[in-house]
Design a protein around this ligand. Structure first.
Ligand code: HEC
Length: 256
């Protein structure tokens, strides 16, 4: 319409000056790779929390709420360590763990049991607990309560500060898009922030009750979808759309 009289008619993704485009494209490329890595890392850490590959509600419960039905020692002795000692021995150890692994019985009895069945690996293989040491056994005999409050505060504030920066710039770049209805723009820009809050809140709620674990998944899917949408539209409009040589007018003025 009045594009000729608009100020800054080049202020839109297809017509941006090349140096600015280089900045935006470079940023989106690096952020895109970073987000893929983040997804992969979530799969490998939280995704494996319940011992099976792939992220599930169980993993989230395990990471934040823990497994309060028993101790790590018991779950391993019933699981991947079940072939390491005969049943009576394993039940004996589990009973001791349920009592809180009292130290006097360690000295008089269990030290010997562990030495016989476990220590050939658990003192030699790096990266697994050393079961010649009482403290290391004791730590696995405690009920797994999932994430700690101090751990959650640390990850929460890093997440909120760090990721809101990413969404801020993705949203700012996307605000120069053309042919996107104003309402769609507002929703796409606001969603990641809203879902980020849902995500972080869901960790705290899951720490309190396992029923909230699905909120974490919704939060994650929500901001992944919204930011992927903005990423794809922005890249397309900066790299492919300009080939038709059209002038699109001031994108911000059109959203007034
Ligand atoms: C043949 C070697 C070997 C023997 C014997 C062995 N373990 Fe393990 N254990 C491992 C390996 C390897 C891991 C790490 C992989 C895993 O978690 O399954 C592990 C992990 C564990 C863990 C989890 C540690 C953690 O904090 O992640 C516990 C608990 C455990 N073993 C208990 C035992 C007990 C109790 C015995 C003796 C009855 C035992 N293991 C005997 C090799 C062994």
């Amino acid at each position: 319409m009045k594009q000729d009289t608009q100020p800054l008619p080049w202020l839109n993704l297809p017509n941006l000056p090349l140096p600015l485009k280089a900045l935006f494209v470079g940023y989106l490329l690096v952020i895109g790779i970073g987000l893929c890595m983040a997804g992969l890392q979530i799969m490998l850490t939280h995704g494996m929390a319940d011992g099976k590959f792939g992220l599930s509600v169980n993993d989230i419960v395990y990471s934040y709420y823990g497994d309060r039905s028993g101790t790590k020692l018991a779950s391993k002795l019933n699981g991947s360590m079940s072939d390491k000692a005969p049943l009576e021995v394993r039940e004996d150890i589990i009973k001791w763990a349920q009592l809180g692994a009292p130290q006097d019985q360690w000295e008089s009895h269990y030290k010997q049991i562990f030495a016989q069945h476990c220590v050939m690996c658990h003192s030699n293989i790096p990266g697994i607990p050393d079961f010649t040491k009482y403290e290391e056994v004791k730590a696995r005999a405690e009920v797994n309560e999932g994430a700690t409050i101090s751990g959650l505060t640390r990850v929460s504030h890093i997440h909120l500060f760090g990721i809101s920066f990413i969404f801020f710039f993705i949203g700012l770049i996307f605000s120069f898009a053309v042919h996107v209805p104003k309402m769609a723009k507002i929703i796409a820009i606001a969603f990641p922030f809203a879902f980020l809050i849902v995500d972080v809140m869901s960790w705290w709620l899951t720490k309190w009750s396992p029923h909230f674990a699905w909120l974490t998944i919704i939060g994650g899917i929500g901001y992944s979808l919204a930011s992927t949408y903005m990423w794809v539209v922005s890249m397309y409009q900066m790299l492919i759309l300009p080939r038709n040589g059209k002038i699109y007018g001031n994108a911000w003025a059109q959203d007034l």
